[in-house]
Design a protein around this ligand. Structure first.
Ligand SMILES: Nc1ncnc2c1ncn2[C@@H]1O[C@H](COP(=O)(O)OP(=O)(O)OP(=O)(O)O)[C@@H](O)[C@H]1O
Ligand SMILES: [Mg+2]
Length: 245
């Protein structure tokens, strides 16, 4: 039997009278990279919002390590070992890169001194050392995306939800981010990746879940998903063709 770190069952949410998610299911295997794809507005970020405790579903269940997360606050969920990045990068814009990662590290470490020990290795791994003292608000998007990843990983999660961390990166940065995510999973951290960058999500994920208009459309290995006629129809854009050929 597969060891699932996360099990989402029949998750539904309505906002402003509209059904945004309808009976969505997703399982993520421990230590693996699970991809979540789907056209704009499919409900991917909403799914992350619910799993990480930022939104309450109308119905359904989210189990992390077998325990129900619905009803827990985001801070508690993060302390329990599940963190997420934000598609619209957050972070404390008046603070330096180093200070932002330090704040993330204080989620788990009791003293500033202990937290400091986590910061430099993360800055190094994400290529942020040269910008450690830069004020976050002034950074270009590529660096802010990397900082967003460093910030949440400083909480030493078991499971990290990454929401379009490749968005706005140049190709060399995409490759570096892919290498980093692969190393993260190899090191034992489970990853769920929302990504429009098809080459990245298909290259990294062992299992891919496809959402469309708030529902599950397909799932399977990257090759199964890219050959699925329903997925092809949903994705007649450039991204899909890039994978198909
Ligand atoms: N707070 C909200 N109130 C009302 N509607 C919302 C709210 N948040 C999201 N939606 C709607 O829910 C749908 C799904 O949005 P969501 O951001 O989850 O999509 P997504 O799959 O992440 O899209 P993208 O790929 O563009 O990031 C969209 O139609 C969006 O307009
Ligand atoms: Mg989104």
């Amino acid at each position: 039997m597969t060891d699932n770190i996360l099990e989402v069952k029949d998750l539904s949410i309505s906002l402003g009278g509209l059904k945004i998610l309808e009976n969505v299911n997703l399982t993520a295997a421990r230590g693996e990279i699970t991809g979540v794809i789907g056209p704009n507005g499919a409900g991917k970020t909403t799914l992350f919002n619910i799993v990480s405790g930022f939104m309450k579903p109308t119905s359904g269940s989210v189990k992390f390590n077998g325990a129900e997360l619905i009803g827990r606050l985001p801070e508690r969920i993060a302390k329990d070992g599940l963190v997420r990045t934000f598609q619209k990068v957050r972070g404390l814009t008046q603070l330096s890169v180093r200070e932002n990662v330090l704040v993330g590290a204080l989620n788990r470490r009791k003293t500033v001194r202990e937290a400091h020990e986590l910061v430099d290795p993360l800055l190094e791994q994400l290529g942020l050392m040269d910008y450690a003292e830069a004020i976050t608000g002034a950074l270009p998007i590529g660096l802010r995306k990397r900082l967003e990843v460093a910030r949440v990983l400083a909480a030493e999660p078991e499971l990290v939800l990454l929401d379009e961390v490749m968005g706005g990166l140049v190709p060399s940065e995409v490759q570096a981010m892919m290498d980093f995510i692969r190393q993260l999973a190899d090191g034992g951290t489970s990853v769920i990746l929302i990504e429009h960058h098809m080459k990245a999500v298909m290259g990294l994920s062992s299992h891919v879940v496809v959402l469309e208009r708030g529902r599950n459309l397909a799932e399977g290995t990257p090759s199964q998903v890219t050959q699925d006629p329903g997925v092809l129809t949903a994705y007649l854009g450039e991204g899909y063709q890039h994978v198909a050929h």
